[in-house]
Design a protein. Sequence first.
Length: 276
Amino acid sequence: MTAHAYALADGNTIPAIGLGTYGLNDQAGVEAIVSAIADGYRLIDTAYNYGNEEVVAEAIRRTDVDRSDLFVTTKLPGRHHGLEETLASFEQSRRRLDLDWVDLYLIHWPNPKRDRYVDSWRSMIKLKERGVVRSIGVSNFTPAMLDRLVEETGLLPVVNQVELHPYFPQTELRAYHAEHSIRTESWSPLAKRTELLSEPVLAEIAAAHEATPAQVVLAWHLALGAVPIPKSSDAARRRENLDVFDIELDDAEVDAISGLERGRLWGADPDEHEEL
């Protein structure tokens, strides 16, 4: 990691922490994103299905940060899988985002029962070749699905955004990513709506580093080489989430946090879950 960013396998870079925008809507969402950018966030993560791409667009128009310094991600919804459907869906997203290019475009869920994600991946390769997308990746894909993409198209994603937090550390998947030069991105990095941040082991490590439990969890993600994308509508909490780069966890602390493993937050098994 250099200057709080990671290199991607395609030669681009991705900021080491991003702002999740799910639920950031309307004028309050615009103001939250503008404030987050002013505080130093550069990776802004949205999706077609979040219904707030236009909110992200308005925030970008209001900021004085140069567009080339921002890293904007959006995602293809399950109902738009397919060769032509993917191309059309991307153009809808790009119009709503009011951008010449998107930095990272992801397949939001594989939807294996529909079995059209390979066709979508072929179209995403075309979008990258056209220059309207800088990097292409996936979300919630398993090693078997990633193998299929490269076997049928010759190109692996540079990012796989997956559920990742101390309750679900994804050890095997992260090892696959490391072997294939895929950057892991973490959704729900703080295991929202759980008691994670009240775990005694986190309190102990936080006290040792004069940090909060949330900051320790985000530092754990960084120690794993993952890119967490926490979301918060609270400005102070957003700033706290970004102030983690000086927290250096040792191996024992990383292992202790990983030892909290107990499973997914909800039934989001990529082999079964279908997103529309």
